[in-house]
Design a protein around this ligand. Structure first.
Ligand SMILES: [Zn+2]
Length: 287
């Protein structure tokens, strides 16, 4: 979306240089080959960053001319991001610790001098969720049978109830113990099996609920005269014309050419029609 108001001038300038001077592959000195400029929005205003990029100059090295960015750049912002990580962290805290709505978060940020649209706040909430999910996944990948994961609160682990249930079910399968301090859940105690049992029942309930919702949705759609699933590739009238042509002895190849349909689409449409009206006269075997 294009910006409605012009972006103000950056109030600070900062030069970021890589700490590492030697190439990680061949060990030779890397040179500062070029620099990028980017402006990052922080809680203390806009900052204009000059990012010095180093490259290995050794032609025989596998990292020859591979850009090496300053280590510090990752603390400022995600690659290509306009808003800094501290803003993402604040958005996440407002959303998940204080349970604020998007308009409220937007207002908070505007009050703190951050020029941001409501739509971008939504994007930042999504970025925050992705970062947390990535972090949780990293922790989960690290766990092995016999380990115990301790969380402060259940909502720190799963993005939603189905997600949480999937994670905890995974723990049981892998033989990983699990503790949540706030809810006082501990699968290492004699009650552990009981907790896993609760999550198992919840998973079953969730699946039943999803199925019920889908069926209810399909029934409601049918009542409104809509058919579930993909729309038909060939219209009803066209199918009727095709059937008539077939019955009068026209070959399938000729029909495909005349009606401009693919052979697989034709077979598919004829099969569906045959199923719907159970007409034994339609011969659908491939000619
Ligand atoms: Zn090198």
């Amino acid at each position: 979306m294009s910006r409605r108001e012009s972006r103000p001038e950056a109030s600070r300038e900062c030069v970021l240089r890589p700490q590492r001077e030697q190439c990680s592959s061949c060990g030779k000195l890397m040179r500062g080959s070029y620099h990028n400029r980017r402006t990052v929005c922080t809680l203390t205003g806009l900052c204009r960053l000059t990012v010095v990029i180093r490259c290995c100059q050794n032609q025989a090295c596998e990292r020859y001319h591979v850009a090496y960015h300053p280590e510090e750049e990752g603390i400022w912002a995600l690659p290509q991001a306009e808003f800094g990580l501290e803003i993402i962290a604040l958005v996440g805290a407002l959303r998940y610790s204080e349970h604020r709505s998007i308009p409220e978060i937007h207002q908070q940020l505007r009050l703190r001098g951050v020029q941001i649209s409501e739509r971008n706040v939504t994007h930042l909430v999504e970025r925050y969720e992705e970062l947390v999910a990535l972090r949780v996944q990293k922790a989960l990948d690290y766990l092995q049978a016999g380990d115990c994961l301790v969380v402060w609160k259940l909502d720190r682990l799963g993005r939603s109830l189905p997600h949480l249930i999937r994670i905890v079910e995974g723990f049981k399968k892998k033989g990983i113990a699990f503790k949540s301090l706030t809810e006082q859940m501990d699968t290492t105690t004699p009650h552990g099996e009981f907790f896993f049992g609760i999550f198992g029942s919840l998973a079953q309930y969730e699946r039943a609920l999803t199925k019920e919702r889908i069926m209810a949705g399909l029934t409601a759609a049918k009542k409104r005269g809509k058919q579930g699933g993909r729309p038909r590739a060939i219209s009803e009238e066209k199918v009727q014309a095709i059937t008539e042509a077939l019955n009068s002895g026209t070959s399938k190849a000729a029909i495909c050419r005349t009606f401009n349909v693919k052979r697989t689409t034709l077979y598919d449409a004829l099969r569906k029609t045959a199923e719907a009206i159970s007409t034994p006269s339609l011969h659908l075997e491939r000619a």
